[in-house]
Ligand binder design. Structure first.
Ligand code: GDD
Ligand code: MN
Length: 379
């Protein structure tokens, strides 16, 4: 459940200090940013002088007490609101919730860790209001912008690769579709919200590709700053997630990111299976036993990969891992039956063995996916 903090003293939380309606909402997704939030609010206050603004901190129940720190500020400054999410994790989902909680006509999304230059905000707002523009992106990739000290060489390279892929696959003309710093007309974002994936961290790419060329976009250069307090949460798993989003968008959202990830994990399971089978056979095991043992090795590997990747937002911990593993074994065993059953039904002409085989495998995968999502990683 999300709870929202309103300001004190009878001033509705979406009003500026003078009681006027906020023109700009700044969404600040946060996870362990307790040291950064107070500094950032002060910086916003200076940078946004003369603009009726509000800040919405969307915190995923950070263990470092970010919510408490932000609430303490909200008590004396009604421009600051806090959405605390419990049992959910993820940058994109947090941004979407923040955007939906806003009532201002313009909404900015920026990192809460001081890496984004808040002095850009008035320029972005001016662009959005004056020109015929729906979305303004603070870009590290247009003339005058740099990743500065903010990105390591390795990450800069990875980020270039990811950009190139996004541009090719999704026909996204943005120079910096990875940027986490942008401002959009709220009604536009709201209209797209049903299409957005709460998983992953590529909210901008998701917005732009979901809009399918209907957004009028402008990119402004900015310099990405170095992080001072706390650490980055974007790990290599997040990168995998990103490729999932790319593929899902490419296939026009017919297939969900989660199912795609599940399928990729399943494919990796086949390799694990064959490697294990070979080892068992070499060690002198009889085939049927080896095949069964290899199935368990593959299911176990699939379970842990799915727990890390496919269901990272519902990840099982502690004793629930064991229960999860057992239900996963059960689900997959039925999956094998479904697979063989369907393949058998379809298999009529030996020339089309591959068709029956594929149909069976798809049936098995769909079953495994549906059942494990309902049982093993149930919400
Ligand atoms: N609510 C919430 N939930 N916030 C999160 C989560 C989460 O699961 N994960 C990260 N955040 C917040 C952080 O607290 C920070 O304010 C912001 O999202 C960005 O996270 P960082 O962990 O600092 O990301 P980064 O600096 O490595 O990556 C930045 O640069 C990338 C491009 O290289 C971000 O701006 C990315 O969006 C951007 O793609
Ligand atoms: Mn950061």
């Amino acid at each position: 459940m999300a709870e929202t903090d309103a300001g004190e003293g009878g001033v509705p939380a979406d009003r500026g200090p003078g009681g006027e309606a906020a023109e700009l909402s700044v969404i600040l997704p946060s996870f362990n940013e307790a040291a950064n939030i107070p500094i950032l609010v002060n910086l916003l206050d200076t940078a946004l002088a003369g603009i009726a603004w509000e800040a919405i901190v969307v915190d995923d129940n950070s263990p470092d007490g970010t919510t408490e720190v932000a609430r303490a500020i909200a008590l004396s400054d009604p421009r600051v609101r806090v959405i605390r999410r419990i049992g959910r994790r993820g940058l994109s989902g947090a941004c979407v919730e923040g955007i939906l909680a806003s009532s201002a006509p313009y909404v900015a999304v920026m990192d809460a860790d001081l890496q984004h230059d808040e002095t850009m905000l008035p320029k972005m707002l001016a662009e959005l209001k004056a020109a015929d523009t729906d979305l303004v992106v603070a870009s590290r990739k247009v003339e005058g912008g740099t990743a500065g000290e903010g990105l390591s060489t390795f990450r800069a390279w990875g980020s270039d690769m990811a950009n190139g892929l996004a541009q090719k696959l999704l026909n996204v003309t943005l120079k910096d579709p990875m940027s986490g710093f942008f401002m959009i007309r709220r009604e536009k974002a709201e209209a797209l919200a049903p299409k957005l994936s709460p998983q992953g961290f590529k909210i901008l790419l998701d917005l732009v590709s979901s809009a399918g060329g209907t957004l009028k976009i402008k990119e402004l250069p900015f310099t990405f700053r170095e992080r001072r307090h706390g650490e980055s949460k974007l790990d290599s798993l997040v990168t995998l997630d990103y490729f999932g989003l790319l593929l899902a968008k490419y296939f026009g959202d017919v297939i969900s990111v989660r199912f795609l990830m599940f399928g990729l994990v399943g494919a990796s399971g086949l390799i694990v299976h064959l490697a294990a089978l070979r080892m068992f056979l070499l060690s002198g095991m009889e085939f049927n036993l080896g095949q069964t043992a290899a199935s368990f090795v593959a299911m176990t590997s699939n379970f842990f990969l799915n727990n890390q990747l496919t269901y990272r937002d519902r990840r099982l911990h502690g004793a629930r891992v064991l229960i999860g593993l057992l239900t996963f074994y059960a689900v997959c065993s039925v999956g094998v039956l479904a697979n063989v059953g369907v393949a058998n039904l379809i298999y009529a002409d030996p020339a089309y063995w591959w068709f029956a085989g594929t149909a069976g495998a798809i049936m098995g995968a769909v079953w495994n996916y549906a059942a494990s999502s309902a049982l093993t990683w149930r919400k």
